[in-house]
Design a protein. Structure first.
Length: 198
């Protein structure tokens, strides 16, 4: 059952981006600089996860995409000592294995926020440990932001299911009617006027 869903996701992804190159062009570092302003759009996007890209186009393409993101940080920070190639490969492998559930724009949002200095900075060289600590902070922020979105969505759905006054009444006239009935001692009207429990 789960394999079928995964297979469908892969098929949809490959239909949307016929080649890995097309996908990498769409999700390039320049796009990431436009993401920090709207995290809801990032989290609600139908973009693939890092893991799905690996399944659809191969592990090497996912690692290559991650490396492009890492290079963009390296170039942006202009630290004196670049991250050695062996460390960069290992860091990309760690990201792929540990954060494969992140959507590509989510990882790009992290990279953009890192460049903004929201998760620390490097001192003299690209520090993989500092980078890994930064992504942990991002994951914590992501959890909080997703929860806020869930609450807002729940509130919006509750508002959409909000009370509809009986036929012949507007919300205001129904409220005035209930208020009058409550003043006359109608227990049912008194209960209806009580605010909803949280």
């Amino acid at each position: 059952m789960q394999h079928t869903a995964k297979g469908e996701q892969v098929a949809c992804l490959m239909k949307r981006f016929s080649t890995g190159k097309e996908l990498m062009t769409t999700f390039n570092p320049d796009v990431g600089s436009r993401l920090p302003g709207n995290y809801e759009k990032v989290y609600n996007s139908d973009a693939p996860t890092i893991g799905l890209v690996s399944t659809a186009y191969g592990r090497d393409l996912s690692l290559q995409w991650i490396n492009i993101q890492l290079n963009s940080i390296d170039q942006f920070t202009q630290v004196k000592n670049d991250l050695p190639e062996s460390s960069r490969k290992e860091l990309a492998e760690l990201i792929l294995s540990h954060y494969s559930a992140l959507k590509l724009p989510e990882f790009m949002l992290f990279v953009a926020r890192f460049k903004l200095g929201l998760y620390g900075k490097f001192y003299g060289s690209f520090d993989p440990i500092a980078f890994c600590e930064a992504i942990k902070k991002f994951m914590s922020d992501r959890t909080i932001e997703l929860e806020r979105m869930r609450i807002r969505t729940g509130q919006k759905e509750a508002e959409e299911r909000a009370f509809v006054p009986p036929e012949g009444f507007t919300s205001l006239s129904w409220y005035q009617y209930l208020k009058q009935r409550a003043q006359e001692g109608d227990v049912n009207a008194i209960e209806q006027l009580k605010p909803p429990k949280q």
